[in-house]
Design a protein around this ligand. Structure first.
Ligand SMILES: Cc1ncc(COP(=O)(O)O)c(C=O)c1O
Length: 393
């Protein structure tokens, strides 16, 4: 059996991380994997999460099986977090707990395959490295559309032109905020145009929101999703708690379907549950129980998240100021407008390799870097190295 297996190269991100770990240079810098890091280079556990875990350990509840949709209180709180307290759309939403944001994407992929097997899922180019593999694994066609920078934000016209072949029933995957890898987010006007496009072309949006709270704030970052939900009869959403609660390895997320009316919700949920049932039966409870306590201390959570967001944004500003002050090409200044942890440096794969080989600075060959991987003290050295490699063509 095993000799029939395809021969695979290492995953590009995790393979590069292994290369980083094997690099003996003490001054090496990891800007590869999308995790938040503090000034000491650690990915901290939020205080609000530590407190929640203390409470759970003290009560030591039963580990008996949970329902197929996971933790009902978590599902209700996630729906409110995404759609807004008191939103009328809450009544037409079905939400199921998933194994991280990845689990939500795959569950929705399987759901689309079941409901609309011929649908094409349109993903952004550049885009999240795992989108295409997830939807192809679900048996769906996947095509790309352009997600490019213009003077102010996203070039919507270019995006729509590259969607010329989209057919009714196709799925348009949009990053809800903090686009990975480009950091380019739609403005309110862009979201209105996206909603009008979906309505006119009868295309179903799927919002992947993995960085809620990392852009401008918990409510602000959900504004695009909420706009689409108000404007359209059907919206799919894959949410992750990995980054905004720092629960990366506990694997918590949610798949939400905002349906045309509440009458279809019970059957929609049963179908989502059934898809999970044939895969892992039910999602793990622990992180959802933690999240419920975090939701009940929302002010503390929002404050800790704001500190993270402000640190990333101040690193971004200092990075751009430093690049400007040492004469880096003007194209680097686009990074200032970006939201969230990622940006694409305007460097070629060869220049990114040079950055690694000569300066020990690790980003993807595509130019993607995790700004949160920078420490303030490293910025002058990183900026200097970038200017040096940018001079080679
Ligand atoms: C755009 C995007 N979607 C989904 C995910 C998956 O998140 P999770 O780690 O919760 O599975 C990520 C993680 O990096 C991401 O960047």
């Amino acid at each position: 059996m095993l000799h029939h297996l395809p021969i695979l190269s290492p995953d590009p991100i995790w393979g590069l991380t292994a290369e980083f770990q094997a690099d003996p240079r003490p001054e090496k810098i990891d800007l590869i994997v999308g995790v938040y890091r503090d000034e000491t280079g650690q990915t901290p556990t939020l205080n609000v999460v530590k407190e929640a875990e203390r409470q759970l350990a003290a009560t030591a509840g039963s580990k008996a099986y949970r329902p197929l949709a996971g933790n009902a209180a978590f599902n209700a709180s996630m729906t409110r977090l995404l759609l807004g307290d008191g939103a009328s759309s809450l009544e037409r939403a079905a939400t199921i707990q998933t194994v991280g944001g990845t689990g939500a994407l795959r569950l929705l992929g399987d759901f689309i395959k079941l409901a609309q097997p011929e649908a094409t899922v349109w993903t952004t180019d550049p885009g999240y490295i795992n989108h295409r593999p997830i939807f192809e694994a679900a048996g769906l066609h996947v095509r790309d559309y352009h997600w490019r920078q213009q003077a102010e934000g996203i070039d919507v016209e270019l995006a729509f032109n590259s969607l010329a072949d989209a057919r009714p029933g196709d799925v348009l995957l949009i990053h809800g905020c903090c686009h990975n890898p480009s950091g380019i987010d739609p403005s309110a006007e862009d979201w209105a145009e996206i909603a009008a496009f979906c309505a006119k072309r009868d295309v179903v949006p799927l919002i992947d929101i993995a960085y809620l709270g990392f852009g401008l704030g918990l409510d602000e970052d959900a504004a695009g999703l909420r706009h689409l939900v108000e404007a359209l009869p059907l919206v799919l959403c894959a949410a992750s708690c990995s980054k905004n609660m720092g629960l990366y390895c506990d694997r918590l997320g949610a798949a939400m379907i905002v349906a045309p009316n509440s009458g279809v919700l019970a059957n929609t949920t049963r179908n989502l549950e059934n898809l999970g049932r044939t895969n892992y039966s039910m999602p793990p409870e622990h992180a959802a129980a933690v999240a419920n306590i975090v939701f009940s201390a929302k002010d503390q959570w929002a404050a800790e998240l704001a500190a993270i967001r402000n640190r990333v944004s101040s690193l971004r500003t200092t990075f751009c100021d430093t690049l400007e002050s040492i004469g880096a090409p003007a194209s680097f200044q686009a990074l200032r407008q970006h939201k969230g942890m990622f940006s694409i440096l305007p460097l070629s794969p060869a220049q990114m390799q040079r950055l690694r080989a000569e300066h020990g600075i690790y980003g993807s060959n595509t130019g993607r870097v995790n700004i949160a991987g920078l420490r303030a003290a490293d910025i002058p050295m990183v900026a200097d190295a970038i200017v040096k490699v940018a001079a080679y063509h």
